[in-house]
Design a protein around this ligand. Structure first.
Ligand code: SAM
Ligand code: SF4
Ligand code: SF4
Length: 342
């Protein structure tokens, strides 16, 4: 069967699965607390894909060439028994081309200490933990809940102990908020055998009041770190890797920068996203997605689901980040980040 490619010849390789739209943090760049307060209506339970439905769809995606599954959210660890889903995905084995499935999860780390062992036992291979600052006041500001970093750091230690390694740490760098933390975070990751990754602050969703001057360009991040810990460029691990890799010259470890705003990588974007309520979304900046849950609950066969995914991917033209400068961000309603999982 010919490989599934979109209009820009991009194959479908990665699937990010959002297992919940809920979160125990209120990061201002993602779910600002003033909007997602006590009264905000998250999805009712019956609208969430069940684990069986999610695993079934994942199997169809794998058949179409997906080799990497990432669980995300919202905060994936607030979904009860999420390790059961990990086990179901791990049981999918290899894709038709014989590639082993890469199964990972991105978390804010708050519940990680208690969940790490169960996740590992279920077959999770690696984990990415978001960590925006080590300074308690800045960390508190960036999680919107006044939490200090201790619990997240304990979660990182536990994940290391159980072997969810190498651990990647994600920091969204926001100018004037945590840009002074960049070198300290890089040092922390070096000292603790983790891979630090800095993400340029993106204009995802409609509610974070993003402004271009809040973006700390990846170039500047690398310059700031290299002034203290000299870096040299490293080859990408594979085509389509989101992070640009850098290696410490002293051989300590590596670092990644995700320059989604200043150096867009849409040409190599092989990612699809499955929302908590079962929509297939083909770009982080999309306004909507194709419903898979409806057909599934009305009796669609795996072949029917495959046909829908094929149809969506074949006509895909997305390249928002390349076009960003030519678009006025506020004129187009986008899906929120916590609904599609970053
Ligand atoms: N709750 C989990 C977490 O925070 O790791 C998983 C979901 S979160 C939406 C996935 C990733 O998206 C996180 O690393 C987060 O920092 C990143 N993110 C959220 N909003 C962002 C924004 N506006 N720009 C860049 N990255 C963002
Ligand atoms: Fe929650 Fe992650 Fe969004 Fe922060 S970035 S509000 S932790 S979903
Ligand atoms: Fe992929 Fe859309 Fe991001 Fe471009 S803007 S890299 S197409 S998700």
């Amino acid at each position: 069967m010919p490989a599934l490619k979109d209009t820009l010849d991009r194959p479908l390789r990665d699937l990010r699965i959002s297992v919940t739209d809920r979160c125990n943090f209120r990061c201002p760049y993602c779910m600002p607390a003033e909007i997602y307060g006590e009264r905000y209506q998250f999805l009712p339970r019956d609208q969430l894909l069940t684990f069986e439905e999610t695993a079934r769809l994942a199997r169809v995606f794998v058949k179409l060439g997906v080799t990497k599954l990432r669980l995300t959210g919202g905060e994936p660890l607030v979904r009860a028994d999420v390790e059961q889903l990990v086990a179901m995905l791990a049981a999918l084995g290899k894709n038709p081309e014989g590639h082993a499935l890469d199964i990972t999860l991105t978390t804010n780390g708050y519940l990680l200490e208690q969940k790490a062992q169960a996740l590992k036992d279920a077959g999770l291979q690696r984990i990415t933990v978001s960590l925006d600052s080590l300074r308690p006041d800045v960390f508190a500001r960036l999680n919107g809940r006044n939490f200090t970093p201790e619990r997240v750091l304990a979660g990182i230690r536990k994940a290391q102990q159980v072997g969810l390694t190498p651990i990647k740490l994600n920091c969204v760098a926001v100018r004037g908020v945590n840009d002074e933390d960049i070198v300290d975070l890089a040092r922390f990751a070096r000292d603790n055998g983790c891979i630090m990754r800095f993400i340029e602050y993106m204009d995802v969703g409609n509610l974070n009041h993003w402004k271009m001057d809040q973006v700390v360009p990846a170039r500047e991040i690398v310059e700031r770190i290299t002034a203290v810990f000299p870096l040299e460029p490293a080859e990408p691990n594979y085509k389509g890797e989101v992070a640009e890799r850098w290696r410490y010259r002293d051989g300590a470890s590596e670092l990644g920068v995700i320059a989604s705003v200043t150096q867009p990588f849409c040409r190599d974007c092989t990612r699809a996203r499955l929302t908590t309520d079962g929509k297939l979304v083909t770009c982080l900046f999309a306004s909507t997605g194709a419903d898979l849950r409806g057909p599934m609950r009305s009796g669609a066969s795996d072949d029917d689901l495959e046909a829908i995914i094929r149809q969506v991917w074949t006509v895909r033209t997305d390249r928002y980040s390349e076009l960003r400068t030519a678009m006025t961000p506020a004129t187009r309603k986008k899906i929120e980040m916590f609904q599609i999982g970053g």
